[in-house]
Design a protein around this ligand. Structure first.
Ligand code: MG
Length: 375
């Protein structure tokens, strides 16, 4: 691993954990964070949570777990080129989606509207809540007791109202400051990962066609180049080769442009990074091309009527679960009933947010299906 740059987060200078702990042996503070994330319950649940496709729709589509692994891979390789802290980047990337509800964005919108009068629901804030409060694995504290820098990276967005309640961690949203370069990088790696895997999954599902994607500059350029170089290649393999070249191009573009930005501003410390503009970015022309790709994905994939049908169903499942529990907390499993005595809506929200796609569907059946056999 190359030596860390002056603007990277050095583990020895971490702002620390909420609960003080002895220094880790044989691994860095951020490696310990990564290890805690991997061992968490919320991390294992990502395997059965939707990215775009509902988990049971097919075995080969991305789930939140494989998405998170892809984000970590992309972020780590760019981090190395920029001499940023790879361990921190990996921890942030693996944790960035821990707070996602079942059924992707549809689930999140539904839960947010259920929680309208009770403080709302933001998946980013929920990811932080998972690592700060909800995981129950350690004897001495609730949550995973992660380092400040990891938590800072997990909290990508936050409303001003919620930021005010977060103390030091919320400050940057109020003062319009930047997070560490490691956090900025994970944000962009997330975008690179989902744009590219949604191309792959979109084509595999048949919801988006090759013709539609060939209207996108970056896709068609690489597609044509691969085809010219390997005229006899089967279509599926051609797609894979195209996607891998796109990811490569984007990662190199981010590395090149970010180095240029960093050189211009020349921050001498991680704190200097926080008080300037964002430094991890695509080049202007690549940014434009990514916008074009996103637009096609939005129109052809995310707004496809079959995706919309599934999203509608997902919203109905989430909101009927929420309202059934609100009406009668005795329907909740006992450990949640206890917590509901203190804060009913938030407890129900945490319970639903933690569900996997299929658990939510089963729970819905258990509560609403009318069968001859009662159980
Ligand atoms: Mg993500």
């Amino acid at each position: 691993m190359p030596e860390l740059a002056a603007y990277a987060i050095h583990p020895a200078q971490s702002r620390g954990r909420c609960h003080e702990e002895a220094a880790p042996q044989g691994r860095s503070e951020f490696q310990r964070d990564r290890d805690r994330i991997i061992h968490s319950t919320a991390f294992r649940r990502l395997e059965y949570k939707t990215q775009v496709f509902v988990n049971h729709e097919g075995d080969l589509f991305r789930t939140r777990l494989t998405h998170s692994l892809e984000v970590a891979q992309i972020a780590r390789s760019i981090a190395r080129g920029l001499r940023l802290n790879e361990d921190l980047v990996e921890a942030i990337a693996l944790a960035h989606d821990l707070g996602h509800t079942p059924f992707g964005h549809a689930g999140q919108e539904a839960l947010n509207s259920c929680m309208k009068n009770y403080g709302g629901f933001e998946h980013n804030l929920q990811s932080l809540r998972v690592v700060d409060v909800l995981e129950e694995r350690y004897a001495a504290f609730d949550g995973l007791n992660l380092c400040y820098e990891t938590r800072e990276g997990i909290l990508k967005h936050c409303s001003r109202k919620n930021a005010r309640a977060l103390g030091e961690l919320g400050e940057r949203f109020l003062r319009k400051r930047q997070p560490s370069l490691e956090a900025q990088l994970c944000n962009l790696a997330d975008e690179i990962a989902y744009n590219n895997h949604d191309v792959d999954d979109g084509l595999r599902s048949g919801l988006i066609s090759l013709e539609q994607l060939l209207e996108v500059g970056i896709f068609s350029r690489h597609w044509q180049a691969v085809k010219k170089q390997y005229p006899a290649l089967m279509e599926r393999r051609l797609i894979h080769e195209t996607v891998r070249r796109m990811i490569n191009t984007l990662a190199s573009d981010v590395t090149r442009q970010s180095l240029k930005n960093i050189r211009q501003i020349s921050p001498r410390s991680p704190d200097a990074v926080r008080t300037t503009g964002p430094m991890i970015s695509f080049s202007p022309s690549t940014r434009e091309e990514q916008q074009q790709l996103k637009q096609v994905l939005r129109l052809r994939l995310y707004q496809h009527y079959r995706v919309a049908r599934m999203s509608g169903k997902a919203k109905r499942i989430i909101s009927s679960l929420f309202h059934a529990f609100m009406e009668d907390v005795k329907l909740l499993p006992p450990q949640f009933q206890e917590k509901a005595a203190y804060d009913k809506a938030r407890t129900i929200c945490d319970y639903i947010a933690g569900m996997t796609d299929r658990y939510a569907m089963r729970e819905h059946q258990r509560l609403f299906a009318v069968e001859e056999r009662w159980s």
